[in-house]
Design a protein around this ligand. Sequence first.
Ligand SMILES: Cc1cc2nc3c(=O)[nH]c(=O)nc-3n(C[C@H](O)[C@H](O)[C@H](O)COP(=O)(O)OP(=O)(O)OC[C@H]3O[C@@H](n4cnc5c(N)ncnc54)[C@H](O)[C@@H]3O)c2cc1C
Ligand SMILES: NC(=O)c1ccc[n+]([C@@H]2O[C@H](COP(=O)([O-])OP(=O)(O)OC[C@H]3O[C@@H](n4cnc5c(N)ncnc54)[C@H](OP(=O)(O)O)[C@@H]3O)[C@@H](O)[C@H]2O)c1
Length: 543
Amino acid sequence: MPQSIQLMSLRQCEARQASLGLWDPFIILIALSVGTFRDLPIYTPPTLFCDESIAIIGGGTGGLGALQVILEIQHQKNLNWEVVLYEQRRGLGGVWLEDLTPPSPPTLPESPLYPSLRTNTPHPTMTYLDFPFPPGVNLYPSHEHVHKYHLTFADHFNLHPYIHLRHNVTAATWVGDDTTGHWNLRIHREAPPSARILEQTTVFERSFDHLVVASGHFRYPNLPQWEGQDEWLANTPPGTPKREIIHSIFWRDSLKYKGRSLLVVGGGSSGRDVVSNVAPVTKTVPRVESGFPVAGAIVKPRISYFTRDAVHFVDGTSASSVDSLVVATGYQVRIPFLEDGGALVVDPKARSTNTSTTFPQPRTPLTTNLRYVRPLYKQILSLSTEFPPNALYFVGLPVNVSNAPSDQAQAQFVAHTLADPTLLPSRLDLLSELEEWEELLRKHGYDPDHMGHATVDLVGNDESRSAYPDDVLDFLKARNVEGLPLHGSGARYTEDWRRRSGLTRNLGVLRNAWAQVESLGQKQTEEDWASLLNELLDSIGAD
Ligand SMILES: Cc1cc2nc3c(=O)[nH]c(=O)nc-3n(C[C@H](O)[C@H](O)[C@H](O)COP(=O)(O)OP(=O)(O)OC[C@H]3O[C@@H](n4cnc5c(N)ncnc54)[C@H](O)[C@@H]3O)c2cc1C
Ligand SMILES: NC(=O)c1ccc[n+]([C@@H]2O[C@H](COP(=O)([O-])OP(=O)(O)OC[C@H]3O[C@@H](n4cnc5c(N)ncnc54)[C@H](OP(=O)(O)O)[C@@H]3O)[C@@H](O)[C@H]2O)c1
């Protein structure tokens, strides 16, 4: 299909005004004459004179949570903002929206979701604040429920008018310097299949004052390469299944592995799910390369190298019967539209160094070493020397947190610092705080460049894993920001029951108790979960 390029060099608010005068009647005419074209911006409430324009990129848990909070604070403070969310896919929900026609490798599917996926966390711990799953949903729901939950959230808060589906942001470029400027976004707009127009893809540019990146980080496979693997792949013995190595992002069903001998690399959630799904059908018990036991598999140490006949492990053992590898080694933190726009440098060798006291200040561009985007304040705010501190925010980077409430806490930070930029100390002060935090991690034996955005437990209390959102809110509390959602005791952001869910060592007991009441058809709501959790933790004297 032909592409048309519409270049708008106007700033976003001005572009809206121009588009009202120039483009919208044209678009409405097309829509009326050729059928529904739901994703065109004709349904966006026009903001004629906005003070700030904010683009959120990504319509998953993070982007939707951010949009809801930003709109709420905009409304509370009566701010004149234009807020737009761009989502490249056909619908909302991010990883929870299935790719119905997953391509063959190496083309990446839109989501790693596989048909048998259920959550590995109880759904009450996955909810946005005050927005529970409907009563009766299984404690570990299947992906369809989680997807539906996100749609219900978007409906309930009337987010759709601000969302543009099938809008792929392909480049974000900062036009300006470290004190002033704007983002120029290049966007590919794909028409829905139902659209009866000649042009399927339109490329246009829009400018925004601020960018909130919520584009997820489970999309770009981390795929190790081993010496000799190509030779091994090329030498399938006669009469045996064709040898294969795929990343877990491509894994969909078990039947393909019927009669095969499988080695799974990586014992994270993906690796464990692959093992439990395929174990009943494989020819041999699956082997998994993992640092800890995985039920249903023989645990092997790391792969050392391949020969044409076998996989060799670092302990000197080898496996000649293996014919398939599923490499479940996680994902790289990549943000192609920032990379292509020159705002993010990719350097796998990048290491954190302290520069806040160096004079003159060295250039510190935003960099990803594929695990860690740096320098970011509280994993949210870019401290790059290339643009002003509140030009670029991230939502959803932290790992090992309950995403939805954490995303909303981050969005509180975003919205309040956008509403009142004087809340932000200087870039150097924030950088110095980041460096102190990284130093503290090193003292506790963690390497910040390796652990990336994983939150850690520095005080030996599992609860501290759920402390991240409160740490974010503490920044705002310390600056006397009013109207913060503080639902926990002691004016904490995190509700007590949610915080106590972080006491993971007790979760097994709770799970069993819940399974029993579920089977009796009794307690089923988030409130019930909270009270059961409190009862159980109180009974064993946990804090
Ligand atoms: C297989 C799997 C299972 C999981 N299970 C659980 C679980 O049980 N419990 C749990 O708590 N967490 C789980 N997680 C973690 C889960 O990813 C988070 O809970 C959360 O849903 C992530 O949301 P997100 O919005 O940050 O990212 P995503 O869901 O990845 O959403 C990002 C969105 O941004 C869009 N986007 C990206 N780039 C662009 C662009 N250039 N232009 C426009 N749009 C763009 C994407 O299309 C996507 O819709 C799981 C993750 C995976 C991969
Ligand atoms: N049922 C579910 O709900 C479900 C299912 C799948 C995924 N998920 C979620 O999806 C996200 C991604 O999970 P994931 O399992 O794909 O990735 P992951 O959590 O990053 O786990 C990847 C694993 O591979 C290991 N690894 C990395 N490089 C390796 C190498 N070169 N050789 C051997 N091992 C290597 C890692 O160990 P090191 O850390 O030591 O490097 C880690 O154990 C997580 O948030 C997870 O919870 C959830």
